[in-house]
Design a protein around this ligand. Structure first.
Ligand SMILES: *Cc1c(COP(=O)(O)O)cnc(C)c1O
Length: 449
């Protein structure tokens, strides 16, 4: 094992270092063992096996140091093995690792709930419940909305991603790879058209909302509708930022029709977009907000936070789970929230985003395959198309991502058409690595005309 891999965190050398082909021989060995031991349904974007990570890098078993533009899908927002998180988790692990909050509780859970009630949008009375994964939390938000409204239907949007459990895969839009062959899907899930400025001719927010509401009223009926679930900026679906006013118009309609408005901020939450939450960009106040990913620096934790009267609708004992709000995850979350504040990470996300958008837009001016550069804060994407059209180019996207990987730059792809490169660097990314990563991308576009 390389000696520099003994510890992760920001103390790791902050450099891109490619010393073998990628993946290297040790990673290839492990990938072969994976094939024999792990169900093939679990894919890997880039099969380099990691031994340490921190700041802006991931270090693999072969001694390569890769620039991380993915944060493990928007999870290690405060950085991998962030020192405050490591200290808090170690202290909690030494005290106790589990009791089950539903059996004999502990204060870490309450402190996380209090923090989320304070930090999420709106000054109304709130309650929180903790879970293990984003999907589990989305699913519980729907249970809570049904319990509150005594209605059953749920509306999700085109290009939505809400998870892989039975109910959330029904809410998720894309068939392959998330749904195909896994039916029957949960009933009473309906789909509405999104605001997608690059692909809907730039409909303004109010018009796009009217179009969605029309579909909902005609095909579902508000008298049957418990909840409308939406990502304020879509993640897996392609980092789609809806036109201004779209989300607020949906909230207004929900409030006029006794429908619970659920913001799925699993990918966008906790400073990622240059606000604490993506809805904050337009002052939108959701009834329920679902969080996970960036909440606990990599420990599994998720939450539903919202209006006390809605959250308290389910009967006592109706919500929970063995591990929900695990003490280690709660300790990590409290450290994450402190770190976001102490290190000014909301501002850092904006600064990173500004650099990324400037550099990518500069590439776009000389390369018409970059159809759109979009995003907010440190959640930025480029939608790749055939030159000077809007026709999606998934193959180019795969080519660029593969080339980036082979040069030691971890990038992710997304989008219904698989034609979006997305960038979610940890906010602990040093400037010199951010700019080196963007240099690498620029070169790759030039080398693949
Ligand atoms: C990742 C994601 C989920 C699912 O979260 P898991 O923790 O993987 O279950 C739900 N919604 C959004 C917007 C996501 O990005």
């Amino acid at each position: 094992m390389p000696e520099h891999a003994a510890h992760g965190g920001p103390g790791l050398p902050q450099e891109r270092r490619v010393v073998t082909e990628i993946p290297g021989p040790r990673s290839r060995d492990l990938q072969e063992r994976k094939g024999a031991a792990v169900a093939r349904g679990v894919g890997t974007t880039l099969p380099v096996y990691i031994v340490a990570a921190g700041g802006g890098v991931l270090v693999d078993v072969d001694g390569n140091s890769l620039i991380d533009f993915g944060s493990g899908i928007a999870v290690t927002t405060v950085g991998n093995s962030a020192p405050q998180v490591v200290t808090a988790v170690a202290a909690q692990a030494a005290a106790f690792t589990h009791t089950c909050f539903m059996v004999t509780p502990y204060d870490g859970y309450i402190r996380v709930a209090e923090a989320l009630n304070r930090l999420t949008p709106g000054s109304h009375d709130k309650r929180t419940v903790l879970f293990n994964s984003g999907a589990e939390a989305v699913e519980n938000a729907v249970k809570i909305a049904r319990s509150h409204t005594r209605k059953q239907a749920v509306v999700a949007f085109d290009h939505a991603y809400h998870g892989r459990t039975n109910l959330t895969m029904a809410l998720t839009a894309k068939n392959m790879p998330y749904k195909s062959g896994f039916g029957p899907l949960a009933p009473e899930v309906y789909r509405a058209p999104l605001s997608y400025p690059f692909r809907d001719g730039g409909l303004d927010g109010a018009t796009a909302a009217r179009r969605a509401i029309d579909v909902i009223e005609k095909q579902v009926g508000s008298e049957n509708l418990a909840a409308l679930v939406i990502e304020p900026i879509q993640g897996e679906g392609g980092f789609i930022v809806p036109a201004s006013g779209f989300v607020q118009a949906l909230v207004d309609w929900c409030h006029a029709n006794d429908v619970v408005f659920v913001a799925d901020e699993v990918q966008t939450g906790f400073a990622r977009t240059g606000e604490m939450f993506a809805v904050d960009h337009e002052g939108v106040v959701p009834d329920l907000i679902v969080t996970a990913k960036g909440i606990a620096g990599g420990l599994p934790l998720a939450a539903v936070t919202g209006r006390a009267d809605i959250m308290d609708a389910p009967h006592a004992g109706g919500l929970g789970g063995t591990y929900g709000g695990n003490p280690l995850a709660c300790a990590a979350a409290l450290a994450v929230l402190e770190t976001i504040e102490a290190e000014g990470l909301v501002d850092r996300a904006r600064a990173i985003g500004k650099t990324m958008v400037e550099r990518l837009t500069a590439i776009q001016t000389k390369d018409s395959r970059l159809g759109e550069v979009r995003g907010r804060g440190a959640m930025v994407a480029v939608e790749l198309v055939r030159p000077s059209t809007t026709e999606p180019d998934a193959e180019l996207t795969r080519t660029i991502a593969a080339a980036a990987h082979s040069r030691g730059l971890v990038v992710l792809t997304c989008g219904t058409h698989g034609n979006v490169l997305r960038f979610l660097p940890p906010l602990s990314m040093p400037d010199h690595l951010l700019s080196e990563g963007l240099d690498v991308l620029e070169q790759i576009f030039e080398e693949h005309p």
